[in-house]
Design a binder for this molecule. Structure first.
Ligand code: GTQ
Ligand code: FE2
Length: 327
């Protein structure tokens, strides 16, 4: 509602000047929408990050059962997207997975199309289970999905999905929607149906194939923290850093604490991870999360590969990033 100057309380400065005590002053400030800092109900600053979001894991077997049931009950045309969001179970949250990021499992049945749209949030997917002819059309270019692919749909790029194969296609979506909701530059445009594709490719700055990532990992040297980890070269994604990490069974990593928010998706193998005071077991397809400033250590039980989506670039660009080695 719009408030006019005339609707504002008529309060002369003299009313403030006549305050007899602090309580009285607060009462006189209230209608002017001033809050006396010394009366704050909650501190606005604190010594170290104390994220509201919780470390969590979501299970692929449960998500798959849920999506398969949804496949019987709702078609993709109706749903816009047949997806299951991973909602961090904290008070008042009904959507976000972490403060800046949201993740969802998505499924498309054979013959289905998920219509094209575009939005300011940046999105990407990690392909789990697909047979042939399941694809995304990004700005009029068709990219066929293979298991392990990372597929980008940067902010405001047109994107829709299709499945012309004989098996359902499953993948994991990652988006910076909660960050966009916070900053508020949200825009969404709808296409009618699925945008047709003038060409089909597997060689695009918008796709990182498992083959290409494996090849890059085979050449990679451990980083300063002993991680065999590559960062995907994705300049079109300004808010997220994408990493693929290869881990050797039985070899635990360092205990690292960073301000960034991190979502981990298990590409292969199994193990467990310590996040803050908790420990989470995981296997292929599971998703687990580390809210900022939680110490993280991966403990693979067997050879494993983990994909990580982090809001690191946001922290870095704004000068907020800190990382501490805890052991
Ligand atoms: O596939 O375009 O899980 O726009 C959430 C929002 C997927 C998508 C999601 C989206 C998409
Ligand atoms: Fe989308």
């Amino acid at each position: 509602m719009r408030r006019n100057q005339e609707d504002l309380p008529v309060t002369g400065f003299s009313d403030l000047a006549n305050a007899v005590d602090l309580d009285d002053l607060r009462r006189r400030l209230d209608p002017l929408d001033f809050m006396a800092g010394w009366n704050k109900h909650e501190p606005s600053l604190w010594k170290e990050p104390r994220t509201a979001f919780k470390p969590m894991v979501w299970r692929w077997d449960a998500a798959k059962a849920g999506l398969d049931a949804a496949g019987r009950l709702i078609d993709a045309e109706l749903a816009e997207r047949r997806n299951l969001f991973m909602v961090n179970p904290i008070e008042g949250n009904h959507y976000a997975t972490l403060r800046t990021l949201v993740s969802a499992y998505q499924m498309l049945l054979p013959g289905e199309k998920a219509r094209t749209h575009r939005h300011s949030p940046n999105a990407l997917r990690l392909v789990l289970d697909v047979a042939d002819s399941c694809y995304t059309v990004v700005d009029g270019v068709r990219i066929d999905m293979q298991p392990g692919d990372v597929l980008l749909t940067p902010g405001m790029s047109w994107h829709g999905h299709g499945n012309e194969g004989s098996m359902p296609g499953y993948w994991i979506d990652f988006l910076d929607v909660p960050l966009v909701q916070l900053l508020e530059p949200m825009f969404l445009d709808l296409w009618e149906g699925l945008q047709s594709a003038a060409q089909t490719t597997r060689e695009s700055p918008f796709v990182f194939t498992m083959e290409a990532m494996q090849a890059q990992l085979a050449q990679a040297q451990p980083d300063e923290h002993g991680r065999l980890r590559i960062r995907l070269d994705a300049p079109s994604m300004p808010t997220t850093a994408l990493f693929m990490e290869k881990m050797e069974g039985g070899r635990s990593g360092r205990l690292l604490r960073s301000t960034e928010n991190q979502i981990f998706a298990v590409v292969s193998g199994s193990g467990s991870s310590r996040i803050g005071d908790e420990s989470f077991s995981w296997s292929r397809g599971d998703v687990f999360v580390a809210p900022g400033w939680h110490a993280v250590r991966h403990e693979p039980g067997e050879d494993a590969m983990i994909f990580c989506v982090s809001d690191l670039p946001v922290h870095e660009k704004l000068g907020f990033h800190r990382l501490r080695v805890e052991d």
